[in-house]
Design a protein around this ligand. Structure first.
Ligand code: PLP
Length: 391
């Protein structure tokens, strides 16, 4: 009996599960999946415990608890001078993941097209397929992962409903520049298209890079849905607290889907999210300093091992080109990831799963390392990579 719906029949298993299993089997240092191996700030953890012990254990309002919606709006004002009404312009979701799926279901119809940049974070395209929407891919290329403006312009047509922009970007570490975002903004306005941004790495930035919020560019406030979440900034990826923000009409449409997906999100964790978002500037500065040290260290380790590294401007990932490092029997990024686990003892994520079938070749020489790890983990990885350093 064929039990699987056609909607999901084409989905393989996630590369993260495969790599985690292989890494565990070989005792590899796991720089694959993008989850910190350290805990979140003690005051945020304590706020969750307090909430559990304060009888905050029943359903929250579907759109989110007032305190967290208020904190999300204040955070947007504090960092981006963005004005949001916490009662109408903010929706709390089960992570950025649910926000994105609810946004696609609430804002598109079967037969529409949505533009995504490639390499593409792995949930967007399955979300589009489940919604009956066709993805249109625009590749990011070259050392700075830039897009060709003409290629992007050609991807827009009368069926285009939305464009998804992930900045800072997973897996490349690219942060879209103001000029690039202006190009996207002009096309969105010309074609009357909604922009959906995924900004979960908004606070993990390197050197002097600033994160520009597309919703704050001229003409974009009314057509941008901004998505972010708690997991990366506060090192609590397991909490799955996220949000969607933007004009009331867009947020209302997203909530029309959200109310029948999860209805409401974990109450005590929402209370803790409010505490987290209200943390002083020093917290956010310290986050950047510690990530900068991790990134710089791993850039050096990977360079010394002989890889070509793509210096990330944001996010907690480093992409590398492995050509010339792995022996010639290694053909393609999947084999590279397996070789690195089995022979060197370090796990990474191959890049081709971030590309559609027809474009997999674009990712075949790339792999992604996550640097959101304790010093001990990075030290252990550095020791293993030292085997690759030619003396
Ligand atoms: C670009 C991007 N968006 C969304 C998520 C998931 O966010 P959340 O855990 O809040 O659902 C991730 C996690 O890796 C991510 O890298």
């Amino acid at each position: 009996m064929a039990v699987m719906s056609q909607r999901v029949a084409g989905f393989g298993t996630s590369i993260f599960a495969d790599i985690n299993a292989l890494a565990a089997k070989h005792g590899a240092v796991n720089l694959g999946q993008g989850a910190p191996d350290f805990d979140g700030p003690p005051e945020v953890l304590a706020a969750a415990v307090t909430a559990v012990n304060s009888a905050l254990n029943q359903y929250a309002p579907g759109i989110g608890m007032a305190s967290v919606r208020q904190a999300i709006a204040q955070h947007a004002q504090r960092f981006y001078s963005q004005q949001l009404n916490p009662d109408t312009d903010v929706l709390v979701t089960s992570g950025a993941t649910e926000a994105m799926f609810a946004a696609i279901l609430g804002l598109t119809d079967p037969g529409d097209e949505v533009i995504v940049f490639e390499p593409v974070y792995d949930t967007y395209v399955p979300n589009l397929i489940m919604a009956g929407v066709a993805p249109r891919y625009v590749p990011l290329r070259g050392d700075d992962w830039s897009f060709d403006a003409d290629e992007l312009a050609k991807a827009f047509n009368s069926r285009t409903k939305a464009i998804v922009i992930n900045t800072p970007h997973n897996p490349t570490g690219k942060v879209f520049s103001r000029d690039e975002l202006r190009t996207i903004a002009e096309l969105c306005q010309k074609h009357n298209v909604v922009a959906i941004t995924d900004e979960v790495y908004e606070h993990i930035l390197y050197d002097d890079t600033s994160h520009v919020r597309l919703a704050t560019l001229p003409g974009m406030a009314e057509r941008t849905l901004t998505i972010s979440s708690l997991g990366k900034t506060f090192s609590v990826t397991g909490w799955k607290i996220g949000w969607a923000m933007g004009p009331a009409a867009l947020v209302y449409a997203v909530n029309q889907a959200h109310q029948f997906i999860t209805y409401a999100v974990a109450s005590p964790l929402q209370a803790a999210a409010a505490a987290a978002l209200n943390m002083p500037f020093a917290f956010f500065e310290n986050l950047q300093t510690t990530y900068q040290a991790r990134r710089d260290r791993m850039l050096e380790v990977l360079r010394r091992a002989g890889f070509k590294v793509f210096k990330p401007q944001g996010s907690y990932f480093i992409m590398i080109d492995w050509r010339g490092v792995a022996p010639s029997k290694v053909q393609g990024d999947m084999q590279f990831a397996r070789w690195l686990i089995e022979e060197i003892g370090v796990a990474c994520i191959p890049a081709s799963p971030f590309y559609q079938q027809a474009d997999k070749h674009l990712g075949r020489y790339f792999a992604r390392f996550a640097v959101c790890k304790k010093d001990e983990t990075l030290n252990a990885a550095a020791e293993r990579f030292a085997r690759l350093v030619r003396t």
